[in-house]
Structures are given as C-alpha cells and as structure tokens.
Write a protein that binds this ligand. Structure first.
Ligand SMILES: *[C@@H]1O[C@H](CO)[C@@H](O)[C@H](O)[C@H]1NC(C)=O
Ligand SMILES: *[C@@H]1O[C@H](CO)[C@@H](O)[C@H](O)[C@H]1NC(C)=O
Ligand SMILES: *[C@@H]1O[C@H](CO)[C@@H](O)[C@H](O)[C@H]1NC(C)=O
Ligand SMILES: *[C@@H]1O[C@H](CO)[C@@H](O)[C@H](O)[C@H]1NC(C)=O
Length: 349
C-alpha cells in the first residue's frame, strides 16, 4: 500500500542495484549476464551506464578533480544528474525517456537505457518487476547513499554488489581495452575504495561481494538474482529516511562545531605565543610551548567531537546553537592554554 501511495512508480516493484568496484572489475559483464537472466524471468531490466551517460570530457576531468577536491566535482554534479533522470522516470514512467531540460546527460544513451525497459512483445503485464543496475565505481559510501535515498523516496528495493577483483587483473584488463583509463587512476581508486560495509552502515545491509578476478560463474549470477529478488520483496519505506537524515545532520553539526572550535583555538594559540615572546621566553621553550599547545588542541578537539556526538540526543528536534556550544568549549581550552603558558613562563623565571 505504502509503495503505491508514495509511488508514482508504476504498480510493479522496482529495484535499484548498485554495482560497485574498480574500473575493469567486470561490472558491465555482470550487468549483461543479469539482464539476460532477468529477461527470462519476464522482468523489465536495464543498465544505467554512467560512463556512457556522462560526456567524455567530464569523465576525463573527473579523475584530477576527485583527487584534488572530491567534494565538489563536475563528476559529482553529473552523477546527480543521472539520478535526477532516474527520478523523473520513476515519477512518470509514461513520459518516455524525456530528459530534464538542463540535463548534463547524453540523451541518446539515456533513451537507450530506458528503451530497454519496454515490455517485450506480447507481455502486457505492468506488474513485471523493474530493475535498474547502476554501473559506476561507487567507491565512497556517500556516492552509494545517494542511490539508497532515491530508493527510499520512491519505496523501491535497494541492493549492492561489490565486485572484488585483483588490482593487477583490473589493470591488465583495462590496458586491453580500446580506451584504457590511466593506471594511476585505478591505483588511486584502490586507495579510496570503501566497499559496502553493513556492520558500519545499516543501510548497506543488502550487499554481497563477488570475487571477479576470474570469470563469473553461474552461481555468482544466481547469488545476484537472489539478492535482487530479496530486495524486490523488501521494499524500503520513506519513513526510515528520517532517522538517518537526522544522524547525518548531527554528524555535519559535529564537524561544524569542531571546525569552528579549531579556528578559535588557533587564535588562542597565536595569542599565547605572542604573550610568550613579549615575556622573552627563549626559543627552545617557545618550541616546547608550541608543541604543548598544539597537542593540547588536538586532544581537546578530539574529545569535543566525541562528547558532542554522545551528548547531543539523536532525535533532538530543535536547532543546535552551534555558536554557544563552540564558545563554551573554547573557554575550556582557554583555561588549558593559560595553564600551559604560565607553566612555561614561570619555569624560566
Ligand atoms: C552519446 O551516446 C551515444 C550512444 O551511447 C554515442 O554514440 C554518442 O557519441 C554520445 N554523444 C556524446 C556527445 O558523447
Ligand atoms: C587481451 O585481449 C586479448 C585479445 O583479445 C586476449 O586474448 C587476452 O586474454 C586479453 N587479456 C586480458 C588480460 O584480458
Ligand atoms: C579471488 O579469486 C582468485 C582466483 O581464483 C584468488 O586468487 C583470490 O585469492 C580470490 N580473492 C579473494 C579475496 O577471495
Ligand atoms: C601539531 O599536531 C599535529 C597532530 O596532532 C601534527 O601533525 C603537527 O605536526 C603539529 N604541529 C606542530 C607545529 O607541532
């Protein structure tokens, strides 16, 4: 029932399946195999191929940008554009393959992606499950979480397949391709990759990993089909989103508090250094003072974050007064600073 109300999405259950892994880990191959199995079951299924949907030049700049500034990249806005296209389709599947007007997406590739969902001739039922396999690297949990949120919003199934593949195999497979990506990119992604971890992120519960160093076996495909079937039976509900959104807000708030406190502490430290200089503290003591203050600040900020997360209630509705929290905290650091400073000054007198 809930699915129907929220769901402008057809009458049929739908599932977003994230394929996560290094370049050349075998994602596209897996997607093709799953597609043909899904077709035999009468499902409507398609692959959402990020590399095809996002224009070539964005792909080229992606790497450099993500290394220098992973939070604000062109690739990120393209990634979100893909999800917007998907959302538009979910809202109104009848408007076939129409692109949002300011789309950054290759419309030919999008049409192809959506065309694949058309009912096979003769099969009239619109109860046939819908399956979208999202084919990108998805190496950060935050990238996958965007997909999960979309699944929640429209009461879809959500699952993830992590294709675990030897780096050497990925590199040699990639080099064999007509347009290989630079090896450094793969190596860099190895460092970044945080594969699905249901222990850490409860929303990643429906995840499996496949060893794709060798060819995929029939039982690998079976495992993926079972995962998707289970996700289709256990559609997400929009209500759950709330708690996680709150948790995300709380983390964001903690980060902001710590950041502001850090700035304030730096100012206090430089004041203390100035006072010490004015008191003609010799240079070896100045060094020791700097180190002690620095260390004290690091411990202080660490504790502040921990305490903030423990003490601010999870479900607190009202806005947190960040400024007040920061001020109270920084007063404590100010006392510690004075203590350290007076110890150094008194030591030499
Ligand atoms: C868009 O995608 C199609 C098919 O995938 C491809 O042939 C075409 O070159 C792409 N266009 C651009 C501008 O990348
Ligand atoms: C590279 O391509 C050749 C020819 O298509 C093939 O025989 C070989 O197995 C490929 N190697 C890898 C690592 O995929
Ligand atoms: C994956 O399979 C390869 C080849 O069968 C094997 O060498 C490797 O140890 C496996 N990796 C893991 C993590 O199981
Ligand atoms: C301050 O502490 C941080 C880590 O706590 C350390 O990386 C940095 O080198 C220290 N700086 C000084 C000037 O001692």
């Amino acid at each position: 029932m809930a699915a129907k109300e929220a769901g402008s999405v057809a009458q049929a259950p739908a599932c977003l399946c994230v394929l996560c892994g290094l370049p050349a880990a075998g994602k596209s191959t897996l997607a093709r195999r799953v597609l043909s199995t899904a077709a035999q079951l009468g499902w409507r299924a398609t692959v959402v191929p990020y590399d095809d949907l996002i224009p070539e030049d964005a792909f080229r700049t992606r790497v450099v940008e993500e290394i220098t500034n992973p939070a604000h990249t062109e690739w990120k806005s393209h990634r979100q554009a893909v999800l917007q296209c998907l959302e538009q389709f979910l809202k109104n599947p009848k408007v076939f393959a129409e692109l949002p007007s300011s789309s950054q997406i290759n419309s030919t590739a999008w049409e192809k992606c959506i065309q694949a969902l058309q009912q096979p001739e003769g099969l009239k039922s619109d109860r046939a499950p819908l399956l979208f396999m999202l084919d990108d690297n998805f190496y950060y949990p935050s990238m996958r979480y965007e997909v999960c949120q979309l699944a929640r919003k429209y009461s879809l199934g959500f699952c993830q397949v992590y294709l675990q593949c030897d780096v050497e195999s990925c590199i040699s497979r990639n080099q064999n391709r007509s347009q290989p990506i630079p090896t450094e990119v793969i190596l860099d992604m190895v460092k970044r990759l945080e594969f699905p971890n249901p222990q850490k992120n409860s929303w990643e519960m429906s995840s499996i990993s496949l060893n794709t160093t060798d060819d995929l076996s029939e039982s690998d495909i079976q495992r993926v089909m079972e995962l998707i079937s289970s996700a289709l039976r256990n559609l997400l509900s929009p209500a759950e989103d709330n708690t996680e959104q709150k948790e995300a807000d709380r983390l964001k708030c903690a980060t902001s508090v710590v950041h502001q406190a850090d700035q304030a502490c730096r100012r206090l430290i430089s004041e203390a250094m100035k006072t010490a200089r004015e008191n003609h503290v010799p240079s070896e003591h100045m060094k020791s003072l700097a180190a002690q203050l620095n260390e004290s600040k690091a411990t202080f900020l660490h504790d502040l974050r921990k305490q903030f997360l423990q003490e601010v209630p999870f479900s607190q509705e009202e806005e947190i007064d960040v400024e007040r929290v920061v001020k109270r905290a920084v007063d404590i650091f100010d006392d510690r600073k004075k203590e350290i400073l007076s110890r150094i000054i008194n030591d030499i007198v």
